[in-house]
Write a protein that binds this ligand. Structure first.
Ligand code: G3P
Ligand code: MG
Length: 353
């Protein structure tokens, strides 16, 4: 068996096979590890098969997220091995200086660490004037805790709205986003005259998941549901004109291209024995890899509308697991390469071990 294992390691060391793992519903359910997840990743590490985590989740920095997962699954994972929904926003730093970062309160720090010069959260706008969102669900006490007073909030324009993860105070967030999309040149407290598809400032959504799976028995609304509300409100306020916006995250090609670059880069680091380095070359948004060393990449996911259709359209193999959003008998947008009970079964079946 020792020789067989060694032969296997040699067979996979110059791997032309790679994996991308979804997190929620595949490796974790909320913060709890899913049975088989740890073994699945250990198996790949043993065989030196390159893999990354490709999630539509976010809200924390890449290194915070991999640190948590490494501990939870007892597998060392580098911050260079993860693409969160908002990781590609890093490439927008040179483009926008003052942004409205929407999502959990933690996204403000994420955006600042990415390098955005001025970062405003909807809670800061609410603090500046409570009447902006009269039906906000945030208490005064919580608002003081979560927000800061930002000088000249209304004196300089906001350049873009970036939705980092699922908003937390939908009432306030919908109102504030709507205000800035329809304002004059990015200035708060103003209202532009013309109705048009192009908003006053660009808006980016980092994922389009209508539903996601948490501890509750039924699937819950995700950022995709929030986007539908924003678009509906925008069209209602603009003579039915549809909102021009950018959506990234799975299943978009933009995110699969981005993830493909990261997976190629990680494979090279594995081959070079440089997995401890921290520098990573980021592709620009929408840039296709010119070539790929992979014969086959497996996307392991629980959400047919995100992981599976995204992989299918991108030309990757897809492994649909039954530990998250998908339930036996649900309608599928395409035929997955395989359907397995869990992530460990998927990895074993893909590697034929
Ligand atoms: O859309 C919510 C998010 O939690 C989904 O994460 O890892 O299943 O792509 P993931
Ligand atoms: Mg998932």
């Amino acid at each position: 068996p020792v020789l067989r294992n060694r032969l296997r390691s040699i067979r996979f060391i110059h791997s032309d096979v790679g994996f991308a793992f979804d997190i929620d519903g595949v490796l974790l359910r909320s913060k709890t590890p899913i049975p088989g997840a740890s073994e699945a990743l250990k198996l790949l590490q043993h065989h030196k098969v390159p893999f990354i985590l490709l999630t539509n989740g976010g809200g924390t920095l890449e290194n915070q997220r991999t640190e948590f997962i490494s501990k939870a699954l007892d597998v060392p994972i580098s911050p260079l091995q993860i693409v969160q929904s908002h990781t590609p926003f890093k490439t927008l730093v040179p483009k926008y200086s003052k942004i409205l970062a929407v999502g959990s309160p933690t996204v403000k720090d994420v955006a600042k660490t990415y390098g955005f010069k001025e970062v405003i959260h909807p809670m800061d706008i609410l603090r500046y004037n409570r009447s902006i969102a009269p039906f906000s669900g945030t208490t005064d006490e919580r608002l003081l805790e979560l927000s800061e007073e930002i000088p000249n909030l209304d004196k300089t324009p906001i350049d873009a709205v970036l939705v980092f993860n699922d908003p937390r105070d939908w009432g306030a967030d919908i109102q504030i986003i709507s205000d800035v999309l329809n304002c004059q040149d990015g200035y708060l407290n103003t209202l532009r005259k013309e109705n048009q598809s192009k908003p006053s400032i660009p808006i980016y959504f980092s994922n389009n998941d209508l539903l996601w799976a948490n501890q509750y028995t039924l699937n819950r609304f995700g950022q995709g549901a929030f986007r539908i509300i924003i678009e509906t409100m925008y069209a209602s306020l603009n003579d039915g004109k549809p909102l021009e916006n950018v959506v990234i995250g799975k299943p978009t090609k933009v995110t699969y291209d981005f993830a493909h670059h990261i997976l190629i880069d990680w494979r090279q680091k594995l081959l070079d024995g440089k997995t401890n380095v921290t520098d990573q070359l980021l592709p620009s948004l929408g840039e296709e890899p010119t070539s790929s060393p992979f014969k086959e990449v497996f996307m392991v996911g629980d959400n047919p509308a995100s992981d599976i259709i995204g992989a299918h359209r991108y030309g990757w193999s897809s492994c649909l697991v039954k530990t998250g959003v998908y339930r036996d008998g649900d309608r599928l947008p395409c035929v997955p390469t395989m359907i397995t009970n869990n992530v460990l079964e998927a990895v074993r079946q893909a590697l034929k071990v």
